[in-house]
Ligand binder design. Structure first.
Ligand code: MN
Length: 714
């Protein structure tokens, strides 16, 4: 009977706790629920060997600590009965009413789900929680209490289970508790998770924090005394207490900022709780007049609450002896919200009226649930919710005073795109609080942002390096892609036009049916696509123009010219009549005599000769003055390297075939490499030594007409 006495005492404690905040609670029904649950679970034991009833009783007790209503506490006592025992929902409905039965049913559903994989389970679980929450937030709060007690007694489970449950708690429960503003529970979830996920780190931190506490106790007392004195002087009520950052918070800071424990300055802080908002600001003034504030550390979450409605003033100062001290200043009401969050709104309330603040929570919940409705895939939903829950946000204002919420780290460009895509595209500068700032400026809460626009400007690729919102990223990329195509089309058209004229053809051919035919030959969907490909440099302008040349002329190029014996002779390029200029051929396009050429005057290294269709020229062309017309006197039997890119089917003997064709023309190969791709293709890169363009053309023709060869490019 010893054990039973212990349990009865706990039940008494529970009722006492409830009566302290809800004197009209239905204690009879509560006791009935306790004995019902006890009876139902009587044959079960917890892992630790204690009677099972300890678990529901502890859950109920956590709920009472949260000042929940009796219905929730009764549901807490009964939450495992339907799942684990013979009990059915009808019994519960008959004995405890529809509300309790509804909560128990929702909780049973939540824990009963079957999953395919662990990862999916987690995501699905999270989604179901939101669904449950949509019906009644109390389901989640009871689930939280259940998980909290399980975490507190986690040491009795095997290690693999500990790790899985701890990870899930860290991934799902802690961020959700944070989002719902239940500060204490989030901290406990995180610290218990850390304890099981990183036991060594946890122990180590525990020790270090205790040590720091000991070292700084006198110091903190001294600081508090000074403030207390001023508060009395100014007649401001205020309760000062020491505050220790929770272990996981310290751990995360060390990780995020890559610093050792010793450099985490806000491990210990002071919290001052007063009565009114204006007293908060007065206390801030007192602190700043006593010690120098550290720039950038002051945060006014009273004027601009966090999205979970957290409010406080935060500041850090250089205290006595140059030590940093962090302060949080808030009213009692703010403190309650910071600790209890959403529970503060759902807890026992006389008359059950909904306050305006609660309406905000309900709105937020609705929005989250709306999001989840659009997402079929549980994993995707998890990503969204995690993203939704974790990041800090900044609140900024439009010049008209409208407030915008953006993720921390957002820039004026993110802001511009959040207003409208067009505003983003034409954004050339920004004013923050009236001053011009760089576009990569990090917006701070409270900033008023004005975007300077110029209709003739577009986004820059560089923006992608600093914008943080997905919206801005997507819009910029779309614009760049369209712009690139536009430019390539223009360039390709111009190149083709010039080449047509040079060959005595009319540029009108570009609009002819032959052009459609040419596009098909190059596997392009339309002539426009072909022009874009030419502009990009994917297809050479000569390849296209060749299709329009009369047959004879094409044949002429196939004429087999027997290479002459190598011998030294006068050769070189001439520029506007000046001969023998220092020159070398470009390695990017390997021009050979006979190619249309352009010279690029280098600084100090003479002239580099490029093929006119070399894609690199576009880059070099920024400095037009350095591009010159050149003619290249065909060197007497001097050979020139030319690069061939040959795509073939990946079949045996290909290499041997190619090299025998090349050597049959008495052309030397100076370099050769090959790689094969997944789609059963081989790509040869061969540098051949040729005398001129004609020889190269015939070589290309010969290779192209070989079986298995798909494409030859220079
Ligand atoms: Mn349970």
């Amino acid at each position: 009977m010893e054990v039973k006495t212990h349990k009865l005492l706990s039940l008494d404690e529970l009722t006492e706790k409830i009566l302290s905040y809800d004197p009209s609670a239905d204690i009879t029904l509560l006791r009935k629920a306790y004995f019902f649950s006890h009876e139902a679970h009587c044959s079960q034991k917890r892992r630790e060997g204690t009677p099972y009833i300890d678990h529901p009783l502890s859950v109920a007790s956590i709920l009472a600590d949260m000042h929940m209503d009796t219905t929730s506490i009764i549901a807490g006592l009964l939450h495992d009965t339907v799942e684990d025992t013979e009990t059915n929902l009808e019994d519960i409905k008959g004995l405890f009413g529809g509300d309790v039965a509804f909560l128990v049913e929702a909780l049973t559903k939540l824990s009963k789900m079957q999953f395919k994989s662990k990862k999916e389970a987690q995501a699905e679980n999270f989604r179901k929680m939101f669904l449950a929450m949509a019906e009644d937030i109390r389901v989640i709060l009871i689930k939280f209490a259940d998980r909290l007690h399980n975490m507190r007694t986690l040491k009795h489970l095997p290690e693999s289970k500990q790790k899985r449950i701890a990870q899930e708690t860290l991934d799902i429960y802690a961020p959700l508790a944070n989002r719902l503003g239940i500060g204490w529970m989030r901290a406990e979830f995180e610290d218990l998770s850390l304890k099981y996920l990183q036991p060594e780190i946890y122990k180590n931190l525990l020790k270090k924090v205790a040590k720091r506490r000991e070292e700084q106790e006198v110091y903190i007392n001294d600081v508090s005394k000074k403030i207390r004195k001023r508060l009395i002087e100014y007649n401001i009520p205020g309760f000062i207490s020491g505050r220790v950052k929770h272990l996981y918070g310290i751990y995360k800071k060390m990780l995020d900022q890559n610093i050792p424990f010793e450099q985490v300055y806000d491990v210990l802080g002071l919290r001052i709780i007063t009565d009114t908002k204006s007293h908060c600001y007065e206390i801030l003034g007192i602190i700043h007049s006593l010690w120098k504030p550290i720039p950038g550390r002051f945060k006014d979450y009273i004027a601009l609450p966090k999205s979970n409605l957290y409010q406080s003033l935060h500041t850090s100062v250089i205290g006595p002896q140059g030590e940093r001290v962090e302060f949080q200043i808030r009213t009692q009401e703010m403190h309650r919200i910071a600790e209890e969050g959403i529970a503060a709104h759902w807890m026992y309330k006389e008359g059950g009226r909904v306050l305006e603040k609660d309406a905000k929570y309900i709105k937020w919940l609705r929005e989250l649930i709306q999001t989840q409705k659009d997402l079929r895939d549980a994993k995707e939903f998890l990503e969204v919710v995690k993203g939704e829950v974790v990041p800090e946000v900044v609140y900024v204002f439009t010049p008209r005073g409208e407030i915008r919420e953006l993720p921390a780290g957002s820039t004026p460009v993110d802001f511009a795109y959040s207003i409208h895509t067009e505003v983003g595209h034409h954004c050339v500068g920004a004013k923050v609080n009236g001053r011009i700032v760089p576009l990569r400026y990090n917006l701070q809460s409270g900033d008023t942002v004005e975007i300077i626009r110029s209709p003739s400007h577009g986004p820059s690729r560089d923006w992608l390096n600093f914008v943080v919102t997905q919206r801005a990223k997507t819009r910029i990329k779309q614009w760049l892609k369209a712009e690139e195509r536009k430019q390539s089309l223009e360039l390709g058209t111009k190149m083709l036009e010039t080449e047509f004229r040079r060959k005595g053809l009319s540029p009108k051919l570009m609009k002819s049916p032959e052009m459609e035919e040419a596009a098909r030959k190059f596997s392009m969907k339309s002539p426009e696509d072909l022009l874009v490909a030419v502009g990009y440099g994917k297809v050479s302008v000569h390849q296209v123009v060749n299709r329009f040349l009369p047959e004879e002329e094409e044949e002429e190029e196939i004429v087999f010219t027997k290479p002459k014996k190598r011998k030294k002779g006068s050769s070189g390029i001439s520029i506007k009549g000046i001969d023998n200029v220092l020159y070398h051929t470009a390695r990017c396009c390997h021009p050979v005599p006979g190619d249309s050429l352009v010279g690029f005057v280098t600084r100090g290294k003479g002239v580099t000769i490029h093929r006119e269709d070399c894609p690199n020229l576009n880059r070099l062309a920024v400095d037009d003055a350095r591009l010159i017309d050149v003619t290249w006197t065909p060197p007497e039997a001097e050979t020139t390297p030319a690069k061939l890119l040959i795509e073939t089917l990946d079949q045996p003997g290909m290499l041997a075939t190619l090299s025998s064709i090349i050597s049959s023309m008495e052309v030397n190969i100076s370099q050769l490499s090959v790689n094969t791709t997944d789609d059963k293709r081989a790509h040869f890169t061969i540098i051949v030594e040729v005398e001129n363009r004609d020889q190269l053309s015939s070589l290309i023709q010969k290779i192209v007409s070989t079986e298995g060869v798909l494409r030859v490019k220079r």
